[in-house]
Design a protein around this ligand. Structure first.
Ligand SMILES: Cc1ncc(COP(=O)(O)O)c(C=O)c1O
Length: 383
C-alpha cells in the first residue's frame, strides 16, 4: 500500500544517527545535547513525593498553577518583566512542543517564515506540516545575523521570523543592536517573532539574554519558548513553556490543547518546588557551565583544535581544519569509529549544506568525560 508519506525524503535525526553510531563503536557521545550528570536531589525528592501523593491525573491545560507562579517570579527577577500567569504562560511538553504550537498558531498554507541556518532540526518539518514555507537566511562568518540578508527576504507572505538565542549550535547571543534591527524590519509590517530561548539561563561572561518578548516594542508580536529540561538537567522530562501576549497565548493554546492537552503534573510540581527553594539555582548553574566550558575549551586548544567563542548554550563548536579537510559529516563518522568521540556535523543544520570543517560538541558532561574526550581526541588527531 502507498502510505503517501508526507516526508518521503526524511530520515531519522542526526542525533539518532550519530547516537547509534557512538553506541556501536563505543565512542564517547558528545553529540546529543543532554547532561550526563544527575539533577539536584531535591528535585527527585519532590518528584517522588508528587508521584506518590496523588498528582498523576491530567494537569491544567495551561500548566500547573505553582509552576506558572514561579515563572512569573523568575521573569520579574531576571528581566524586570511582570507576566500574567493566567493569560501569558503556557506549559508545554518540552520546548519541542512549544515551538511546534507557536509555528502552528501562526503559520498557515503558503505563509513564509524566516529562519537562520544553521537551524535546529525541528523547525523546517514543523513549518512544512502547517503548509508553510521555510525561508532560510545563513548566519554570517561569525555565526551572527546579517540583517541586510533578512531585509532582502521579506515578502508580502512573510508571517514570522524565527530566532534562537542563545544559539544552538553556534553559542552566539543576540545583542541590543540585533533587537533594533529586528524591530526596524518588522515595525510597519504584520510580522511576528518566534523566539527559541531554551538556553536563556545558560549564558556566560556577563552576556545578557535579550529576548524580543522583554522588549516593549516587540512584546505583543513575540512567542518566546523555553525549556526546563536544559536548566534542571532533566531533558527526558520534557517540560517547557511559552510566554506570549494574551492574544498570542490564546492562539497557541488552541493548538496545544489538541496536541498534548497538558504536561506531566509531578514534574511540573517538582520543578516549581525546586525554583521556590533555590532561587540562586540559575546563577549557580550558569557558573558551573562556565567552568565546564572553560575546562573543555582549554583542553581542546591544547591539542590543537580551534574553538569558537561560546556566549551561551552548552555547545562548543570546534574547527578541525588543522587536521583534516574532509567534510564534517565524513569526519564526524570517522572520529566516532576511529577516535571514539562523537560530535555533530553542523552542515546538517543548513538548507544548502556548506563545505565546512566544524563539529559541535556538548560540554554538559562530567569533568571525567570531558577530560577523557580530550585525551581520545589527542590520541587520534596527534598520533
Ligand atoms: C534550540 C533548541 N530548541 C528546542 C529544543 C527542544 O527542547 P526540549 O527538549 O525542551 O523539547 C532543543 C533541544 O535540544 C534545542 O536545542
Amino acid at each position: 500500500m502507498d502510505v503517501g508519506s508526507k516526508f518521503p525524503q526524511m530520515q531519522t535525526t542526526i542525533f539518532t544517527e550519530m547516537g547509534l553510531l557512538a553506541r556501536e563503536h563505543k565512542a564517547i557521545n558528545l553529540g546529543q545535547g543532554f547532561p550526563n550528570f544527575e539533577p539536584h536531589p531535591y528535585l527527585f525528592e519532590r518528584y517522588h513525593y508528587y508521584l506518590t501523593n496523588g498528582h498523576n491525573q491530567y494537569a491544567p491545560m495551561m500548566g500547573v498553577s505553582a509552576l506558572r507562579d514561579q515563572i512569573v517570579k523568575l521573569h520579574k527577577r531576571t528581566y524586570g518583566v511582570k507576566l500574567n500567569k493566567h493569560d501569558e504562560i503556557t506549559i508545554t511538553s518540552g520546548a519541542t512542543e512549544g515551538v511546534f504550537c507557536a509555528i502552528s498558531a501562526l503559520i498557515g498554507s503558503g505563509d513564509e517564515i524566516i529562519m537562520f541556518d544553521p537551524a535546529f532540526d525541528s523547525y523546517v518539518p514543523n513549518v512544512e506540516l502547517n503548509g508553510g514555507v521555510a525561508v532560510h537566511v545563513e548566519l554570517d562568518d561569525h555565526y551572527r545575523i546579517d540583517w541586510n540578508r533578512v531585509a532582502d527576504k521579506i515578502t508580502d507572505k512573510t508571517k514570522a521570523i524565527l530566532i534562537n538565542t542563545p544559539h544552538n549550535p553556534c553559542g552566539t547571543t543576540l545583542t541590543e543592536s540585533d533587537l533594533d534591527s529586528l524591530w526596524n524590519i518588522i515595525e510597519n509590517k504584520n510580522i511576528f517573532i518566534i523566539s527559541d530561548e531554551v538556553y536563556q539561563h545558560i549564558i556566560f561572561d556577563g552576556h545578557k539574554h535579550l529576548s524580543p518578548f522583554n522588549d516593549v516594542r516587540m512584546r505583543d508580536r513575540t512567542l518566546a519558548v523555553s525549556s526546563f529540561g536544559k536548566t534542571f538537567h532533566v531533558t527526558g522530562w520534557k517540560v517547557g513553556y511559552v510566554v506570549a501576549s494574551k492574544e498570542l497565548s490564546a492562539e497557541l493554546r488552541k493548538i496545544h490543547q489538541y496536541i498534548t492537552f497538558c504536561t506531566h503534573p509531578a514534574s511540573q510540581m517538582a520543578i516549581a518546588d525546586m525554583m521556590e527553594k533555590f532561587p540562586n539555582y540559575y546563577a549557580d548553574m550558569a557558573k558551573d557551565y562556565t567552568e565546564r566550558r572553560d575546562f573543555f575549551a582549554k583542553g581542546l586548544n591544547e591539542i590543537g583544535l580551534k574553538t569558537y567563542p561560546v556566549e551561551g548554550s552548552y555547545f562548543q563548536m570546534i574547527d578541525y581544519s588543522p587536521f583534516s579537510t574532509e567534510s564534517d559529516k565524513e569526519f564526524a563518522i570517522k572520529l566516532t569509529k576511529e577516535g571514539k568521540v562523537t560530535g555533530i556535523p553542523i552542515s546538517v543544520f543548513y538548507e544548502t549544506p556548506p563545505q565546512c570543517t566544524v563539529l559541535r560538541f556538548c560540554f554538559a558532561k562530567t569533568y571525567e568525560v570531558l577530560e577523557e574526550s580530550v585525551t581520545y581526541l589527542d590520541k587520534y588527531l596527534n598520533k
